[in-house]
Design a protein around this ligand. Structure first.
Ligand SMILES: Cc1cc2nc3c(=O)[nH]c(=O)nc-3n(C[C@H](O)[C@H](O)[C@H](O)COP(=O)(O)OP(=O)(O)OC[C@H]3O[C@@H](n4cnc5c(N)ncnc54)[C@H](O)[C@@H]3O)c2cc1C
Length: 430
């Protein structure tokens, strides 16, 4: 027999960034909020491991300085320190060699990665990228956009690497060029920040703001299903307890949402969720006692979809001379895992003799960075915040909405969903 707890407010399922941000918006709007997180810790994919002298995020993390996440954190008075990586000291990897990254006109002139005519095209591109309007490119794929630019293979490889760097997507034929250009403009125009202490600092501060706003947070409490038939009226906990709610916010993976909505198997949401294409990467997160080449702090693959960055160069993530490095490969949609040898080969190229200085490592063959590529064929629109024909449920995540990508999409979808609930209440009261 199910035990039942009467409640009445709003339930948020998931204690990652999406759940925490939703809970704060809802509590600020006067709602009584309970958040359920299945894990012992809050944070989801934004957790940071404290490993002796190193603070390991789960793969590389950059907060876009002018994105929706940074704006919301600012609004809540959450100040996060850290460093903004600059292009200097950057490298590109091409045909098994490293060359200077053309981050500005001087490095473009100097780099040995490109021919003179390539450099002219890249110079023009770099000068125009920040001025272009991304909006008309929403329904165009990155591959089509680059075809239209009629640039040579070298500049094209650089553009594709920039798209991967700023979106994490390695699918130029699918991803919306408008979204990719928007991300490039955010990164090159306003910069990104690597956070001191890792993204856990953001999670801790959000959890504090949520508690101060009156949110009840229940850790180690897994939700197994939803309660209701014509509308969702609560959640069921793993131990069978039913918890009544006027609205339920689902800030979990789309696969989990699909299982929650199994009872409504005819609902068109299932087809939409099945069609999402995840953004994945393989990551080697590595701590070294010191850097063999202290000036080589960033490198981007041009003929392979690879990434290398010493995050501890800009943010407090390693003690003393130690270095915390993320090496990664962006995976294509049909690739579920990468291989560690490819990432070790990047380290061999950029930081030879690193093996003698290795202190700690974590290898992840296939992390889900975001649950949905913003597709050109949908003009970048992912899943709507509302489930058609099923009142009471709101969806939040990096796979929801048509605003921004990655954590910015999470923050934007949380704000929009909370606003929709308020509007719904106002409409009912009127
Ligand atoms: C390798 C990597 C690199 C990234 N880099 C960047 C970056 O540079 N910039 C950027 O902006 N973003 C980046 N991201 C993306 C960003 O981290 C995510 O978009 C964001 O953390 C997702 O938050 P979320 O709350 O939507 O989901 P999640 O973090 O997945 O949280 C979901 C939570 O729900 C909980 N849960 C699941 N099922 C249940 C249940 N049944 N009951 C209760 N709780 C449940 C889980 O335990 C989890 O805590 C990166 C992600 C990865 C993996």
């Amino acid at each position: 027999m199910n035990r039942s707890e009467r409640h009445g407010g709003v339930v948020v399922v998931g204690g990652g960034l999406g759940g925490l941000v939703s809970a704060i918006h809802l509590a600020e709007g006067g709602e009584k909020v309970t958040l359920f997180e299945s894990g012992k810790e809050l944070g989801g994919r934004a957790i940071t491991r404290d490993e002796g002298s190193f603070r390991f995020n789960l793969g590389p993390r950059a907060l876009y300085c002018k994105g929706a996440a940074a704006a919301t954190l600012d609004q809540w008075g959450i100040e996060l320190t850290g460093g903004i990586p600059r292009g200097s000291g950057g490298l590109v990897m091409r045909r098994g060699k490293v060359h200077a990254l053309p981050a500005g006109m001087l490095s473009l002139l100097k780099t040995s990665a490109f021919t003179v005519s390539d450099k002219v095209q890249i110079g023009r591109l770099l000068a125009s990228l920040l001025k272009l309007n991304p909006q008309p490119l929403r329904g165009v794929s990155v591959a089509e956009w680059l075809d239209d630019l009629a640039i040579g293979p070298g500049p094209r490889a650089l553009m594709e690497a920039l798209v991967r760097l700023t979106t994490y997507v390695h699918a130029p034929h699918l991803v919306s060029a408008g979204f990719a250009l928007g991300q490039i403009q955010l990164a090159l125009g306003h910069g990104v920040r690597y956070l001191d202490g890792g993204w856990q600092r953001m999670v801790e501060r959000l959890a504090q703001v949520a508690s101060d706003a009156g949110v009840t947070i229940r850790r180690g409490a897994s939700i197994s299903g939803l309660v209701g038939t014509d509308a969702v009226r609560g959640v069921r906990l793993q131990d069978g307890t039913e918890y009544g709610a006027e609205a339920v916010f689902l800030a979990v993976a789309p696969g989990r949402v699909s299982r929650f909505l199994q009872r409504w198997d005819k609902n068109p949401i299932h087809k939409t969720l099945d069609q999402l294409i995840a953004v994945r990467m393989s990551c080697l997160d590595i701590g070294l006692d010191s850097l063999p080449r202290p000036k080589s702090i960033f490198a981007l693959g041009l003929d392979e979809p690879t990434y290398f960055s010493v995050h501890s160069h800009y943010a407090a993530l390693a003690e003393g001379n130690r270095a915390l490095i993320h090496v990664a490969a962006y995976l294509a949609p049909d690739q579920h895992s990468g291989d560690v040898e490819q990432l070790e080969a990047v380290l061999d190229l950029v930081q030879p003799t690193w093996r003698d200085r290795e202190a700690r490592r974590f290898y992840y063959p296939g992390l889900t960075v975001a649950h949905a590529v913003p597709l050109a064929e949908n003009r970048g629109c992912r899943v709507s915040n509302r489930v058609p024909g099923l009142p009471g449920v709101y969806l939040v995540g990096d796979w929801v909405g048509d605003e921004g990508m990655l954590a910015d999409a999470v923050f934007a979808s949380a704000r929009r969903a909370a606003r929709q609930l308020t509007e719904q209440r106002c409409a009912r009261a009127a």
